[in-house]
Design a protein around this ligand. Structure first.
Ligand SMILES: Nc1ncnc2c1ncn2[C@@H]1O[C@H](COP(=O)(O)OP(=O)(O)OP(=O)(O)O)[C@@H](O)[C@H]1O
Length: 246
């Protein structure tokens, strides 16, 4: 993994909104094929970091490099070719079929529902069986997998998901976890979650944020066997995970 090229890099990224510093000197990189999880207490700056990486807010200092290019020099369509984003569970009414919705992920390439990339994305996350159903009729977990399919159809090298398990029941959570685990190995994944069990189980690297600063960036296993969890979430939570690690 350490040999793989760096696709995304944050260098001393600072973000402020109306004079309040939300991110301070955030540094990390993401390599091709890496599955990295971002954790941190409420208000730590996780969503702010995703918004900065997606180019939807302006950074005050530092730089974000996407494929070696300054993010600020790229147009939104160019960013969309490199990063696909799955927001938290879609609550809105979506009057399109699953196939049509997934094809929208390919808007940069014309958005044709008969495109082979649409079929392979539907198959990759196990939603081909309801390709002709209207999205609004699906369960939360099915809908979440459809969103992942739309993101995959975009065929961007980096897939970013914000709390993809929120509001899902245990079986639907397992379906989404399995779909991410079984992605083609060249797909690079970055996920924000509060689920410490999942973070430990499925991600080889971990970035933790606290008060807008990087608290840890490295191997997930070392975070859990060290003092990482108690530093962020207190002794009681930390002890549980430390005991599991020995
Ligand atoms: N538009 C804004 N104006 C002012 N403050 C903001 C704005 N957006 C975010 N913040 C503040 O920035 C801090 C970080 O917010 P952010 O949403 O990035 O945290 P988070 O780590 O994603 O939290 P959570 O786990 O609760 O989703 C919070 O204190 C939040 O109140």
């Amino acid at each position: 993994m350490s040999e793989n090229p760096i696709l995304l890099e944050c260098r001393d990224v600072c973000v402020d909104i109306r004079g309040k510093l939300l991110l301070t000197n955030v540094n990390f990189s993401l390599r091709q094929g890496e599955h990295k999880v971002i954790i941190g207490p409420n208000g730590a700056g996780k969503t702010t970091l995703l918004r900065a990486i997606l180019g939807s807010l302006t950074i005050r200092g530092g730089s974000i490099l996407l494929g070696g290019c300054e993010l600020s020099s790229l147009r939104q369509a160019e960013i969309a070719k490199s990063i696909s984003y799955v927001p938290q569970l879609l609550a809105a009414e979506i009057p399109y079929t699953v196939r049509e919705f997934v094809a929208m992920g390919r808007y940069a390439y014309g958005g044709d529902p008969r495109d082979a990339a649409v079929d392979s994305a539907l198959t990759a996350v196990g939603v081909a069986c309801f390709a002709d159903r209207v999205v609004s009729t699906l369960s939360g977990g099915e809908r979440q997998r459809v969103c992942i399919a739309a993101a995959l159809a975009q065929q961007a090298p980096i897939l970013i998901l914000d709390e993809p398990l929120v509001h899902l029941d245990p079986s639907q959570r397992m379906e989404v976890q399995r779909a991410l685990r079984e992605l083609p190995k060249e797909v690079t994944v970055m996920v924000v979650t509060h689920d410490l069990d999942w973070a430990k189980m499925d991600f080889q690297s971990l970035l933790s944020l606290r008060d807008g600063c990087v608290d840890y960036d490295g191997a997930t296993v070392d975070f859990y066997s060290g003092s990482g969890v108690s530093r962020l979430f207190g002794e009681a939570v930390g002890l549980k995970y430390k005991e599991e690690s020995v």
